[in-house]
Write a protein that binds this ligand. Structure first.
Ligand code: BGC
Ligand code: ZN
Length: 384
């Protein structure tokens, strides 16, 4: 079967679509899934063109892609999924360290040993291929209504985990959040903004995109406020922006991975607020920060900063419902994030500078599965 791989992972990377053995079920709890579509994100960009990512041990190439939607084509006799089920799949796989209490309890997103693998990212092949196989517990069944955006369950799970964590943390007080600030207007930032609006928070988005960009327009459509960070004549910094609107924020989502901004954001966090850092920064950036000022504010105003990565199964589940809520509140909000589509063969030509908001790879062309089964594979026909 075909697969999109980054070859020469430790040297000068190249992307190619090549052959890879098709997996088959060997255990009664396993499921074989035909991949329909895979979303690409900033992590894929870092894997394809930057220093991030790790091939499976003993190999030099990695099948990437970690935001998948597919359909079950075969299931082992003890598996809790049936052929025809539309599914999404979690990314991380637990480590084997008996002392890692989180991996031993279904929460590899809090792996303590660091020996976890991530399919398509770290030490395990991913989903940009025709078929994938895994234990049933790693798949999440999607309602048919999600068939146009099911691959967003993964990025949305990242947002849901943060909201889940914030709710736990804020049990420390009586918290009635009113405002959220989102840093960045990439797919993750937009999902954070959409989620914050679903939670009825006032939302401000601070990002480099132009005010007439599709992302800025989407923020306005959902009732948020968009501010271009580098606008000519605009606020000179995030702190200046907060001052100009006379507001600090109860919840801040750092989704740029531009690390100096994370520190700047501490300054515009409201008393008792939470700043969540979600963006990856694989570079070696250094910056000077007003350490005493930030320290003082953090202490005197009970501010909290958390880092958050990956997500658990339950976050996919809440994510699936949230995505549907977004679509029903603002029709087309989720699908409008897909500004570029590629076939599997076209993956080597993906240029992240020209994809708009988000690229999706249609591993099976939409016409072939949306309205019925592809030739010879009746199991994945579902009607719309
Ligand atoms: C993925 C996560 C993963 C993280 C770090 C993100 O793009 O969505 O599942 O844990 O990258 O590798
Ligand atoms: Zn672990």
């Amino acid at each position: 079967m075909k697969a999109a791989k980054v070859t020469n992972m430790k040297g000068s990377k190249t992307i190619r679509v090549g052959d890879h053995p098709k997996p088959s079920i060997t255990q009664p709890n396993e499921v074989l899934v035909k991949v329909l579509a895979v979303g690409l994100d900033g992590t894929d960009r870092e894997i394809m063109t930057g220093p991030y990512g790790e091939a499976p041990s003993g190999e030099d190439e990695l099948i990437f892609g970690h935001e998948a939607m597919g359909v079950v084509v075969e299931s082992g006799k003890e598996a809790g999924l049936a052929p025809g089920d539309l599914v999404s799949i979690v990314v991380r796989r637990p480590c084997h360290d008996p002392a890692c209490v989180n991996c031993r309890n279904g929460r590899s997103d809090f792996c303590q040993s660091g020996q976890y693998t991530e399919r398509g990212i770290k030490g395990a092949h991913g989903y940009l291929t025709e078929y994938i196989k895994d234990e049933d517990r790693f798949f999440i069944k999607l309602p048919e209504a999600c068939h146009t955006f099911g691959m967003m369950a993964e990025p949305q799970s990242i947002v849901e985990k943060v909201w889940d964590e914030v709710q736990h943390i804020q049990q420390r007080l009586i918290w009635e959040p009113r405002s959220a600030l989102v840093l960045g207007s990439g797919p993750l930032g937009l999902l954070a903004a959409l989620t914050s609006r679903c939670l009825d928070l006032n939302v401000h988005v601070w990002s480099m995109s132009a005010p007439d960009s599709p992302e800025a327009k989407l923020i306005e459509k959902i009732g948020g406020v968009y501010q271009q960070s580098n606008a000519e004549g605009g606020p000179s910094s995030l702190s200046a922006y907060a001052e100009s609107i006379g507001a600090h924020f109860d919840l801040i989502w750092e989704c740029t991975g531009y690390s100096p901004l994370g520190f700047e954001a501490m300054d515009v966090l409201a008393p008792n607020g939470v700043l969540a850092m979600l963006g990856l920064s694989a570079g070696g950036r250094k910056s000077e920060i007003p350490a005493d000022k930030l320290n003082m504010e953090m202490v005197l105003e009970n501010k909290c900063v958390i880092g958050s990565v990956n997500a658990a199964r339950k976050h996919f589940e809440t994510g699936i419902y949230r995505l549907q809520q977004m679509e029903s509140r603002w029709s087309g909000a989720v699908t409008s994030l897909f500004t570029k589509r590629f076939t599997l063969d076209e993956v080597p030509q993906v240029d992240f500078n020209h994809i708009g908001i988000k690229a999706v790879v249609d591993v099976v062309p939409v016409e072939q599965w949306k309205f019925g089964a592809a030739a010879g594979e009746t199991a994945y026909s579902f009607s719309v």
